[in-house]
Design a protein around this ligand. Structure first.
Ligand SMILES: [Zn+2]
Length: 684
C-alpha cells in the first residue's frame, strides 16, 4: 500500500525551521543549485530528484544498486501492457515517428502530437494516470496519418498491414475517447471487470471471476496466497484460465531480464538475509508460485539491516477494479540514516498507538509485530511507481504476513524534498488559505506535518487493526471499495494522532500547532483544492482522492451542528476553515472506528453507503470555481519524475564504480528507455 503526494500546497520554504531532521536537504552531497524542474505540459509537471548519499556507498553496494536499477527498468514494458493491451502498439508507433523525424518542423500540429506523446509516456499508456480516463491528441487524425504514411512500412509495429490498414486499426485506439474509455471503472451497479480497459481480464465477467475464486479460496485459511496477483485471466475454449506472468509464461521476455539482473544482484548482496530474499524473488519469477511470493515477502521483511533495498514485483492492486491483479513496479533505494530517526521513533511506539486508538477493542491488534520504518533515498523507480510516484510505501500487502511477521514502512525522502522545493514557490496556499494564521502555520510546519502524516499513515495506519476470524480479506468483502477504505483508514490514524501530545513527548513534533497545520491542509485539500484534478462534469474515481474527500466531508457533515468546519464565501471565492480542532480530532476518531469495523466485519453495505455517500460526488459549481482559480495560478495539478541514470565504470570485466547521471529532457529520456528496455512484443 502506498500514499501519494496530495498537498497541492506543500509549503516548506528554505529557512523555515528544521525540526527533528524532517528532511534530507542539509545533506553534504545534495547540490542546492540542482534544478528540480524538468518539463511541464497539459496538466502535468515533471520534476527531477537527486540521490544524496550515493557517493558514500562502497563500490560493491554501488554495483548492487546498478543491477537493481537494471532489474527495475527491465520490467518497463509490462506496465504498458497491463494498463491496456494496445499500449505497446501505440508506444512503438510513437517511437517510430520520432525516430523517423529527428529534425521535425515545430508546427502547431507537431507540437500537439509531441504533447500527446509526453502525456502517453507520463501515464504509461493511453489513459490518464490518475483519472483513468482516455485522453486523445489535440492534433488532427489527418496529421497523424501523414506521419504514419511517411514511415518505412517495415517500421510499423505490426507486419503484413498497409499503412491504411494500420491506420484504420489504430485510429480508435488513439483518437476515440469512447473506445476503451476507462482504465479502471469503479462505478457501482455495473460489471467493473468488463467496463475496465486494463489488460487484467479478457472475455470474462466479474461474476465468473468471483465464482472462480470463491470456489478456491478457503475462508479459514490462516495463510492465504494472494489469489490472482500475478496473472491475466482469460478464456481458452470456453474455460477460464490464468495466464501467469513468469519465466516461460506471459511477459517472459521481460521477466527473464529481470531475473538475469536479480541473480547478478544476489551475487553481490550485502548480507545473507538480503541474498536469501533476492534468491526467493528469482525463484518466484521463474515459477510464478504465489507461495514462493509469500516466502519472499517474509524474507524481505526480515532483511532490515541492509543499506540498499528494493521493491520489485507485481505488488499493488489499485489498477484492478476488484483488487486482485497487481501492476508491475520497482523502487530501488538506500536508507537515509539521519532522517530515519524520526520515523523510527514513531514505529517504536506502535503498540502504544494501537492501544490508544479509538477503534473497538476487539478490532485492535493485541501484539503489533515488528514494523520497521525508515526514510529512504530513492535511486530508481519504474512501472506503476513512475512517472507518478508514491511518497510513502508500506509492504507487504498480505494481511497475514503483516500480522505474523511485520511490515516495512518507508517514506521517500528525496522525492518529498523535490516536492517541497517546488511547493515553496507555489501560489496555491495564498489563493486558497482562508486566513493569515493558516498561511503562517503552513509555512512553519507544513513540510514536517506532511512528513509526519506520511510516516503515521504507513507505519501505524495500514499496519493497525485486525480482521475478525472467518471474515475474508477486504478484496473479497469490500471489493471495489476496499482500496478507498483502506487508504481512508490509514489517513485517519495519522490524522487522529497528529494532534496528540504523544508526538511532542517522543520528540518528533515541536507543538500541536504542527497538527493544526495538517488539519488545515487536509480539510482544504479534501473539500476544495484536490478538485482541480478533475474535469468539469466528473466525479471522484481514484482511491486516494475518494478517501480524502470521504474523510473531510464526513467530518464536515457530522460536525455541522457544532460548526466544527465552516465554508466561507468571500468575493465569489469559497474557503474552508476549521473552527474546532479538538472536536475535529474526535470526529476523525469516530470515523476511524467505523471504517475499522467495516473492514473487520467485511460490511460491504456500510462500505458502499460511506464511499458513495461522501467520497464520490462532487459539487460541480465548486469544481468549476476551483478550476478557474487554479487556471489563473498556472499550477499543474499532477507531478511526476524523470529518473536518474546509473552508468557503470568498467575496468575490463570488473565494475569499479557507478556514476549517477541526471537527465533533463523528459521526451529524449523516454525514447531512450524505449530503445534500451523494449523487450516485449506488441501482443502478449
Ligand atoms: Zn496508503
Amino acid at each position: 500500500m502506498k500514499i501519494k503526494q496530495f498537498m497541492l500546497i506543500s509549503t516548506l520554504a528554505a529557512g523555515t525551521m528544521m525540526y527533528s531532521c524532517s528532511s534530507n536537504q542539509n545533506k553534504a552531497h545534495d547540490n542546492s543549485d540542482f534544478d528540480v524542474n524538468c518539463d511541464e505540459f497539459a496538466d502535468l509537471q515533471v520534476l527531477r530528484y537527486q540521490i544524496p548519499g550515493f557517493e558514500e556507498l562502497t563500490p560493491k553496494q554501488k554495483e548492487l544498486a546498478y543491477y537493481l536499477f537494471e532489474a527495475a527498468n527491465a520490467g518497463r514494458d509490462i506496465i504498458y501492457d497491463q494498463n491496456n493491451k494496445n499500449n505497446l502498439l501505440v508506444r512503438k508507433t510513437i517511437e517510430a515517428i520520432f525516430e523517423a523525424n529527428p529534425k521535425h518542423e515545430a508546427t502547431e500540429d507537431w507540437k500537439k502530437f509531441e504533447i500527446y506523446a509526453k502525456r502517453f509516456f507520463f501515464s504509461n499508456g493511453v489513459h490518464h494516470h490518475y483519472s483513468n480516463l482516455k485522453f486523445v491528441p489535440a492534433c488532427s487524425f489527418e496529421f497523424f496519418a501523414e506521419l504514419v504514411k511517411k514511415l518505412d512500412p517495415a517500421k510499423l509495429p505490426v507486419s503484413g498491414k498497409t499503412a491504411d490498414e494500420f491506420l484504420a486499426m489504430i485510429k480508435p485506439i488513439i483518437f476515440d475517447s469512447n473506445f476503451e474509455a476507462k482504465k479502471v471503472d469503479l462505478a457501482p451497479g455495473i460489471d467493473n471487470v468488463v467496463a475496465s480497459a486494463n489488460n487484467f481480464y479478457e472475455g470474462v465477467t466479474q461474476k465468473e471471476v468471483e465464482e472462480y475464486y470463491n470456489a478456491r479460496i478457503k475462508k479459514d485459511d490462516a495463510e492465504p496466497i494472494s489469489w490472482g496477483l500475478n496473472s491475466k485471466m482469460t478464456k481458452v475454449d470456453g474455460k477460464i484460465v490464468e495466464q501467469v506472468w513468469k519465466v516461460g509464461g506471459m511477459y517472459s521476455a521481460a521477466i527473464e531480464k529481470i531475473v538475469y539482473w536479480l541473480e547478478k544482484a544476489a551475487g553481490v548482496a550485502e548480507n545473507d538475509k538480503q541474498k536469501k530474499a533476492l534468491n526467493l524473488l528469482v525463484e518466484y519469477y521463474k515459477t510464478g508460485d504465489l507461495k514462493k511470493w509469500d516466502e519472499y515477502n517474509i524474507a524481505w521483511v526480515n532483511d532490515t539491516e541492509s543499506r540498499l533495498d528494493v521493491v520489485n514485483g507485481f505488488i499493488e492492486v489499485y489498477d484492478d477494479a476488484i483488487g486482485k491483479r497487481a501492476s508491475f513496479e520497482s523502487v530501488v533505494s538506500i536508507k537515509d540514516m539521519e532522517a530515519t530517526k524520526r520515523i523510527a521513533a514513531i514505529a517504536k511506539e506502535a503498540q502504544w498507538f494501537e492501544d490508544h486508538s479509538p477503534i473497538a477493542a476487539e478490532h485492535k491488534k493485541k501484539e503489533v509485530k515488528g514494523i520497521t520504518a525508515k526514510v529512504i533515498t530513492v535511486i530508481q523507480e519504474s512501472g506503476a511507481s513512475a512517472q507518478s510516484t508514491p511518497i510513502g510505501i508500506n509492504l507487504p500487502n498480505a494481511n497475514w504476513i503483516r500480522q505474523k511477521h511485520g511490515s516495512k514502512s518507508v517514506s521517500l525522502g528525496n522525492i518529498v524534498h523535490s516536492y517541497n522545493v517546488v511547493g515553496a514557490k507555489s501560489p496555491v496556499l495564498k489563493e486558497f488559505a482562508e486566513n493569515e494564521a493558516q498561511i503562517a502555520r503552513a509555512k512553519e510546519y507544513g513540510s514536517l506535518a506532511g512528513d509526519l502524516h506520511t510516516d503515521m499513515h504507513e507505519v501505524i495506519g495500514h499496519a493497525s487493526g485486525q480482521i475478525n476470524k472467518g471474515v475474508g480479506d477486504p478484496d473479497q468483502t469490500l471489493k471495489n471499495y476496499a482500496s478507498t477504505l483502506e487508504e481512508a483508514r490509514a489517513d485517519l490514524v495519522a490524522l487522529y494522532y497528529v494532534l496528540d501530545q504523544k508526538l511532542v513527548d517522543i520528540g518528533v513534533m515541536p507543538s500541536l500547532d504542527c497538527g493544526k497545520a495538517e488539519y488545515d491542509g487536509y480539510i482544504m485539500n479534501g473539500l476544495i483544492t484536490q478538485l482541480t484534478r478533475l474535469n468539469i462534469g466528473e466525479n471522484l474515481e481514484e482511491a486516494h482522492m475518494r478517501n480524502r474527500q470521504l474523510n473531510a466531508k464526513w467530518a464536515y457533515e457530522m460536525g455541522k451542528k457544532d460548526n466544527v468546519i465552516e465554508f466561507i464565501k468571500r468575493d465569489g471565492k469559497t474557503y474552508v476553515k476549521v473552527n474546532n480542532y479538538e472536536k475535529l480530532r474526535d470526529l476523525f476518531g469516530q470515523l476511524l472506528k467505523e471504517i475499522q469495523r467495516i473492514k473487520s466485519e467485511g460490511d460491504y453495505k456500510a462500505a458502499t453507503a460511506l464511499v458513495e455517500g461522501y467520497g464520490v460526488k462532487v459539487d460541480q459549481d465548486l469544481l468549476k470555481e476551483v478550476k478557474e482559480r487554479f487556471n489563473k495560478l498556472n499550477v499543474a495539478p499532477y507531478k511526476g519524475f524523470i529518473q536518474p541514470k546509473l552508468v557503470p565504470v568498467m575496468q575490463g570485466e570488473n565494475m569499479v564504480d557507478v556514476k549517477v547521471e541526471y537527465p533533463s529532457d523528459f521526451l529524449i529520456n523516454q525514447l531512450e528507455q524505449g530503445k534500451n528496455y523494449g523487450l516485449l512484443p506488441v501482443k502478449n
